[in-house]
Design a protein around this ligand. Structure first.
Ligand code: UDP
Ligand code: MG
Length: 330
């Protein structure tokens, strides 16, 4: 078979974050090549190796050596899924950039429908899951709770049941490159930038192989990042709760005075006192924690560390060892 040649400038860039996905990489590559070839346009496939400890990197480098349309960014350690997507979008050169997971839960065939919408003139085509196969009940329930919560409190319109699987026009990607916040919620940012957006429905398949890389701890972190990035409501809740309890205790004071004036010597109930002190102590600690969540994020911004560090790049002429930003603004 002839070695494919590198197109001058790709029309489509596929960005795929990889963390210990050795079991899916070969199948993933085949399925993607099949789908992208059917578009009859030049494309590039950009893998971001997010500090894998298995053979993922070796597999990606081999793919790259045999097919120059494949490019690999290799992080110096695990920086997380959202940062890996960011790096991919930083380096992607296509007119349309498509972000998808490696595990084939996002079927590559859906790409074609996204591309159709893009050709119709939409700038962002995001995939909405109508069904999810092979996920635990807890994941389905917690995801649905999360989407409802973020929709009701966020200051922007974040679509329900949409993950990071989406196609973005180059101008959207360029706008997003300007958003360098450290605790990132990419699908929120891609809504925030605006432009013409459209949903593409699909059924989310089960993971092709391997385990989910999103345990509960990481899901909670992502949810906190999403909420703190797009809402001040948790902070304002402290004010509302404060007013509520201040009003309530004001009434209590009036009541206590009246009871005293009209013959009751004292209000009974040590247990009530104890419970209300503990309750308010708890409420205060929760709000202190919420303040801490925002404060920690402000601290992350102030430190202003780069989002990621590259150990190696494969597929670019100039190796960008130790670099933190794209070789040149493309
Ligand atoms: N991933 C990553 N870094 C991480 C965690 C995940 O690059 O720290 C990648 C992973 O390899 C996959 C994608 O992000 O391509 C989504 O992860 P996963 O499928 O495990 O998440 P789920 O679908 O279970 O929410
Ligand atoms: Mg998955």
């Amino acid at each position: 078979m002839n070695k494919p040649t590198l197109p001058a400038r790709p029309v489509f860039s596929l960005v795929i974050p990889i963390w210990n996905e050795q079991a899916v990489i070969p199948v993933l590559y085949e399925r993607i090549v099949q789908v992208l070839e059917s578009t009859a346009e030049p494309w590039e496939l950009l893998f971001v190796n997010d500090g894998s400890t298995d053979r993922s990197l070796a597999l990606l480098v081999t793919l790259q050596a045999n097919d120059p349309r494949v490019k690999v960014l290799n992080f110096s350690r695990n920086f997380g899924h959202q940062i890996a997507i960011t790096a991919g979008c930083d380096y992607a050169e296509g007119d349309a950039v498509i972000v998808m997971d490696a595990d084939l839960q996002d079927p590559p065939e859906v790409l074609l429908r996204m591309i159709d919408r893009w050709r119709e003139g939409y700038d962002v085509a995001y995939a909405v899951r109508t069904k999810r196969v092979g996920e635990t009940r807890f994941k389905l329930w917690s995801a649905s709770l999360f989407y409802r919560l973020i929709r009701s409190i966020a200051e922007i319109d974040i679509p329900m049941d949409a993950g990071d699987f989406r196609l973005m026009d180059r101008k959207v990607v360029l706008a997003m490159r300007g958003l360098r916040e450290k605790n990132r919620f990419m699908r929120g940012l891609s809504s925030w930038v605006g432009f013409k957006q459209v949903a593409v429905e699909y059924e989310r398949a089960a993971r092709y192989a391997g385990e989910t890389k999103y345990p509960l701890r990481k899901m909670v972190r992502l949810a906190f990042n999403a909420i703190t990035s797009f809402s001040h409501l948790p902070l304002q809740m402290a004010t509302y709760t404060g007013f509520f309890f201040a009003g309530f205790s004001g009434l209590g004071i009036v009541l206590a005075v009246l009871m005293r004036l009209f013959g009751h010597q004292q209000l009974l109930g040590q247990a009530t006192t104890l419970v209300s002190v503990l309750f308010l102590g708890g409420v205060q600690l929760i709000f202190l924690g919420i303040l801490g969540e925002y404060l920690g994020r402000i601290y992350d911004e102030v430190k202003n560390r780069p989002l990621y560090i590259l150990a190696d790049t494969y597929g670019w002429e100039e190796q960008a060892r130790g670099k933190t930003e794209p070789p040149s603004p493309c």
